[in-house]
Ligand binder design. Structure first.
Ligand SMILES: [Fe+2]
Length: 291
């Protein structure tokens, strides 16, 4: 296997109220707003033009994950492999790429119908990222925007897609319930860029789909300030500050105006394939993360 996904490049979320997102993103998360038209809000966290795109829509939550690949040869190879695995791959052409501000993209549906895009060439911004809260993020070319955690109907199908087709490697497993195991996968030094857990629920808007996106601050102070800002903002915390067993991240969880959770953390470990050995944990938390 040669071509693999390199990082989580962008996520597209639907929301009914863009102004709620604007204040949540700037006041709580410390993301920078980039104007992108009446029905779209783009949010920056590093040197790229955007990392999150919020679209005014009746469909709430994450509608698309954009996975970055190394270039045109890798994109063609991965698209071919996705097709060989039985998925229908759309090649929507230059207009779709321009709409995302990437050089080229292809698109398909994951086993649960979530849209995945493979792309290369996300546009760099001409200006420095300036966080409205003074935060700095662990992101950039190598590590991407963070991670996505998805509740899936068919974990075997997701494992086959992400590991065997897209080239992710196993980070570890966590037992999250009596019979439920979460699987964590990496595609760069970030401990995981994608994770999934099986769900029995069948509704895309309730209990299925991307449960949370993780954004990583460079410091615990960035996390503490975001916690203070969340309470000043009247935002909904969904899990208190806690420390994860597998990636060692100290984080809290809150609900975004799209309904999707945001994990806001710091101190996640980086791993390398030369020395990493997948392990297993009986819990996701050393302490905290009370719901
Ligand atoms: Fe997470």
């Amino acid at each position: 296997m040669n071509a693999t996904v390199r990082s989580l490049g962008y996520a597209v979320l639907g929301a009914d109220d863009l102004e709620k997102w604007r204040s949540f993103a700037t006041e709580v998360l410390g993301l920078q707003v980039v104007e992108a038209g009446q029905d779209t809000l783009r949010l920056r966290m590093d040197g790229y033009l955007y990392r999150l795109q919020i679209e005014k829509s009746d469909t709430r939550g994450v509608t698309t994950l954009g996975w970055e690949v190394a270039g045109p040869r890798e994109l063609a190879e991965l698209a071919r492999r996705v097709e060989q695995a039985g998925y229908t791959v759309e090649r929507p052409g230059p207009d779709a790429a321009r709409a995302r501000d990437v050089t080229e993209l292809v698109r398909f549906q994951d086993p649960d119908g979530l849209t995945l895009e493979l792309f290369y060439g996300l546009t760099s911004s001409l200006t420095n990222f300036v966080s409205p809260t003074g935060n700095r993020f662990v992101a950039g070319r190598l590590l991407g925007l963070g991670h996505a955690f998805q509740l899936v109907k068919d974990p075997d199908a997701h494992l086959a897609l992400y590991r065997d087709v897209l080239g992710f490697r196993l980070s570890d497993h966590i037992e999250v319930g009596p019979a439920a195991v979460a699987t964590f996968l990496h595609c760069n030094p970030r401990h995981h860029s994608f994770a999934f857990v099986p769900t029995a629920k069948d509704d895309r808007n309730r209990g299925q789909g991307v449960g949370h996106l993780m954004l990583e601050s460079e410091s615990i102070d960035g996390v503490g300030r975001a916690l203070d800002a969340l309470s000043a903002h009247g935002g909904k915390m969904t899990a208190t500050l806690g420390k994860h067993t597998n990636d060692k991240m100290i984080s809290f969880y809150c609900e975004s105006p799209s309904g999707t959770g945001i994990e806001y953390g710091t101190g996640g470990i980086e791993i390398d394939d030369e020395t990493w050995t997948p392990t297993r944990y009986p819990s996701a938390h050393y302490w905290g993360h009370e719901r």
